[in-house]
Design a protein around this ligand. Structure first.
Ligand code: GLU
Ligand code: MG
Length: 451
C-alpha cells in the first residue's frame, strides 16, 4: 500500500495510534505505537528499539547474548502492505514490521527476514510456498488467580457454540473487516476449546495473518470479559492447543501445485516426498522452532492427536506429518502437507522458515521418506520391535532435548544464521531454566495469557 493511502485511511478512520508489531524469539507479539501525527516520517524511518528485545525471556529477564544489551538499537520498519485498521479498537491500527539495522539492512536477528531468506532460496528452485496456520484456542474466565474454561462442551458439539456465539460472531466480524479469509469453525476436544481456521496465503502473509488473528481473538474475547488462550496446554487435564502448519509448494506464477502428481498413488510429487524426507530428517531439531516452550511438552504426548513420533501418514492425526486427503474436484488445489507438532508459542516466521529449510535440504539431498515410516494408525500402539523395524523414533518429551537437537543441526542453524540462532537458543534455554524451577501451576499461569 502506498504511504499516502495509509495516511489517508488512518485520517479517515480517526486513528490515533498505529502499533508497529513484530514477534520475538519467545513467540510474544511486541511492538511500539506512533501517534498518527508522526506516522508519515516513521513509515520511512521506523521506530527505534533496543537490540535487547530479542534477548528478553518470559519474565523480561535479559539473557546474555553478545550484541543484545543495554546499548544498541534497531529500527522497527513497517511493511506498508500490512496496514490494518483494528475493527475491535477503531482508534488504533497496526503494521507488521521488520527489524532493520540503522544502516537500513535487515538485522541478522529478524525472524521475518529469516522466513524471507528461506523463501528466496525456494524461489531459486522456482518455488513459492503457500501456508495456513490452523490454530486452536480456549475461551476462559478468570477465576481467582487462575482461569476456568468457559463451558464443558465436547468435540464438534453444537452446545459449545452457544455460550461462545457472541464472542465468535464478533471475531468473525473483525477478521472479515481486516480482510482475513475464514475457512471453517468448530468446537474442539477440550472444554471451551475452539478452532477457527483461516485461509492459506503466501508464507510471509500467512505468518502475518496468524499474528493479526491472535491479536483479534484475544482482544475481542477480552471485550466480552473473557480470556482467549493459544498456549500449548492451558489446562493440564484437557486437550492441547495445536497450531498445525499446512503448506504446499507452487510454481512462481502460483498456478501449479508442485506437490501434486497424478502419477503417484498418494497424489504426491517427488518434490513433496523430498520435503517429507527433509522434515523427517530434521525432526526433532525442528521442534525447537515449532514447539518451543516448556508448555509445548505438556501437549505433545501419545494418544492426544498432537503427535509424539517421527512418522508420516495419510490422514493420520498421530503422525508428525499428516498427508490430508484431497477434495474431489479440487485435487490439485487441496494437496498439502500438515505439520502437526507445532503450537502458537512458536514464532510463526521462525517455524515456517525452519520447515522450509528442512524441506529444501530434502530437495538438495534427494531425501525420500522411508515407506515404513508411513503409518495409518496410532504409532503408540505399535510394539517396540515394530517401531524399531520401521525406524520410527519417539519425539523428545522435554524442551532441553530439542534444544540440544537444534544446537547440533547445522542445516537449521546455518539457515537461521549465528545471531538469530544464538539469541533464539538463549531464549529457549531461559524458558526451561525459569519454569523447571517452579511447579506446573506456575508454568501454565505464565504461558496462559502470553499466547
Ligand atoms: N488438539 C490437538 C492438538 O493438540 C489437535 C486435535 C485435532 O486433530 O484437531 O494438536
Ligand atoms: Mg483441530
Amino acid at each position: 500500500m502506498e504511504h499516502s493511502e495509509i495516511l489517508r485511511q488512518a485520517a479517515d478512520a480517526g486513528v490515533r495510534l498505529v502499533s508497529f508489531f513484530w514477534c520475538d524469539n519467545g513467540g510474544i507479539i511486541r511492538g511500539k505505537a506512533t501517534h498518527r501525527a508522526g506516522l508519515a516520517g516513521r513509515l520511512n524511518s521506523g521506530i527505534g528499539m533496543t537490540t535487547a528485545m530479542q534477548a528478553l525471556g518470559d519474565m523480561d529477564q535479559l539473557q546474555v547474548v553478545p550484541g543484545m544489551g543495554p546499548g544498541g538499537e534497531v529500527r522497527l520498519l513497517p511493511d506498508p502492505d500490512t496496514f490494518t485498521i483494528l475493527p475491535y479498537a477503531p482508534q488504533r491500527a497496526l503494521l507488521l514490521s521488520d527489524l532493520m539495522t540503522l544502516e537500513g539492512e535487515p538485522w541478522a536477528a529478524c525472524p521475518r527476514d529469516f522466513l524471507k531468506r528461506m523463501l528466496a532460496k525456494a524461489a531459486d528452485l522456482g518455488l513459492t510456498i503457500q501456508a495456513a496456520l490452523e490454530s486452536e484456542w480456549y475461551l476462559a474466565r478468570r477465576e481467582g488467580d487462575g482461569f476456568a474454561p468457559l463451558d464443558e462442551s465436547l468435540d464438534n458439539s453444537s452446545v459449545g457454540m452457544t455460550p461462545a456465539r457472541p464472542v465468535v460472531d464478533d471475531i468473525l466480524d473483525a477478521l472479515e473487516r481486516q480482510g482475513i479469509g475464514i475457512e471453517q469453525y468448530h468446537t474442539e476436544l477440550g472444554h471451551g476449546q475452539h478452532e477457527l481456521s483461516i485461509r492459506h496465503a503466501g508464507a510471509v502473509r500467512a505468518a502475518d495473518n496468524h499474528l493479526i488473528y491472535r491479536e483479534t481473538v484475544r482482544n475481542v474475547a477480552y471485550q466480552h470479559g473473557l480470556y482467549a488462550s493459544f498456549a500449548p496446554k492451558p489446562f493440564p487435564d484437557q486437550a492441547g492447543n495445536g497450531c498445525h502448519i499446512h503448506f504446499s509448494a507452487w510454481d512462481l506464477a502460483g498456478q501449479v501445485n508442485r506437490f501434486y502428481d497424478t502419477a503417484d498413488a498418494q497424489g504426491l510429487s517427488p518434490l513433496a516426498y523430498q520435503f517429507i524426507g527433509g522434515i523427517m530428517e530434521h525432526l526433532p531439531a525442528l521442534l525447537a522452532l515449532t514447539s518451543p516452550s516448556m508448555n509445548s511438552y505438556r501437549r505433545l504426548s501419545p494418544g492426544s492427536w498432537s503427535t509424539a513420533y517421527v512418522c508420516w501418514g495419510p490422514d493420520n492425526r498421530e503422525a508428525a506429518l499428516r498427508i490430508p486427503s484431497r477434495f474431489r474436484g479440487q485435487e490439485m488445489a487441496s494437496t498439502n502437507l500438515e505439520f502437526r507438532p507445532a503450537d502458537s508459542s512458536s514464532n510463526p516466521y521462525i517455524a515456517l522458515g525452519g520447515l522450509i529449510a528442512a524441506g529444501l535440504d530434502g530437495v538438495a539431498r534427494d531425501l525420500r521418506p522411508r515407506a515404513e515410516m508411513s503409518v495409518e494408525q496410532d504409532p503408540s500402539l505399535l510394539t517396540p520391535e515394530e517401531l524399531e523395524r520401521r525406524g520410527i523414533r519417539r519425539l523428545p518429551a522435554s524442551l532441553p532435548e530439542v534444544i540440544r537437537a537444534l544446537e547440533s543441526d547445522p542445516v537449521l542453524t546455518d539457515a537461521m544464521g549465528p545471531l538469530l540462532t544464538d539469541s533464539y537458543l538463549a531464549i529457549r534455554r531461559s524458558n526451561w531454566e525459569l519454569f523447571s524451577r517452579h511447579d506446573a501451576e506456575f508454568e501454565i499461569k505464565h504461558h496462559f495469557y502470553k499466547y
